[in-house]
Design a protein around this ligand. Structure first.
Ligand code: GAR
Length: 210
């Protein structure tokens, strides 16, 4: 798929604010991600602020509608078409709030990665997303939480772990305060680092096969 000297083409899938997308954009621009470039940003939500972040940095961005009662296939059909047209090599789920089907995920083995705001296997799986993950951690009373970057397989949050980082929980934390600390102390460094590692690996494999 890749020619010599060509960077790994990344598509970032988002649904909201896109602070993790921003961390990736910054890492590509400052050279911490050497072997990858963000070719496309796709949002399942047309008002996602992440789309504006992409535009500001001249990155192509599109919205693919996904109605609650719609068949998942319609979203994934369009998604597959857009990814194929641009010959995307790596898909990064950065605050993407849909679960991709088994059929879709099987088409991209070790080529989809996700960031989750807890230390998997705690507080993860179906229904554990965004602020709810931090509510679950506080309700349980754990003293340490964190973030995990992992490959995506057919089990929600069940794929091979790439990187994890622990974050301390403090006495007076609210879900919102904790969410911010996990992003600041873990997510925004962990995701670019993992993406960089995976891009390096893809390039290495490419060079070996030349
Ligand atoms: C992040 O905390 C991310 O880890 C989480 O949603 C937030 C998105 O923020 N993802 C999940 O919960 C996925 N299960 P962002 O839009 O500012 O990057």
């Amino acid at each position: 798929m890749l020619n010599r000297d060509e960077k790994v083409k990344i598509a970032v899938l988002i649904s909201g604010t896109g602070t993790n997308l921003q961390a990736l954009i910054d890492a590509v621009e400052n050279g911490s991600i050497k072997n990858g470039k963000i070719s496309l940003v796709i949002s399942s939500n047309k008002d996602a602020y992440g789309l504006k972040r992409a535009s500001k940095h001249g990155i192509e961005n599109i919205f693919i509608p996904s109605e609650k009662n719609d068949r998942v296939d319609n979203f994934e059909k369009s998604l597959t078409k857009e990814l194929r047209e641009r010959k995307i090599d790596l898909i990064v789920l950065a605050g993407f709030m849909k679960i991709l089907s088994e059929d879709f995920v099987k088409k991209y083995p070790n080529r989809i990665i996700n960031i989750h705001p807890s230390l998997i296997p705690s507080f993860c799986g179906k229904g554990a997303y965004g602020i709810h993950v931090h509510e679950m951690a506080l309700d349980y009373g754990v003293k340490v939480t964190g973030a995990t970057v992992h490959f995506v397989n057919e089990i929600p949050d069940g794929g091979k772990i790439i990187l994890q980082k622990a974050v301390e929980i403090k006495e007076k934390d609210t879900p919102e305060i904790l969410q911010k600390r996990v992003m600041r102390e873990a997510e925004w460094t962990l995701l670019p680092k993992a993406v960089s590692m995976v891009c390096d690996k893809i390039m290495e494999e490419k060079n070996e096969s030349l």
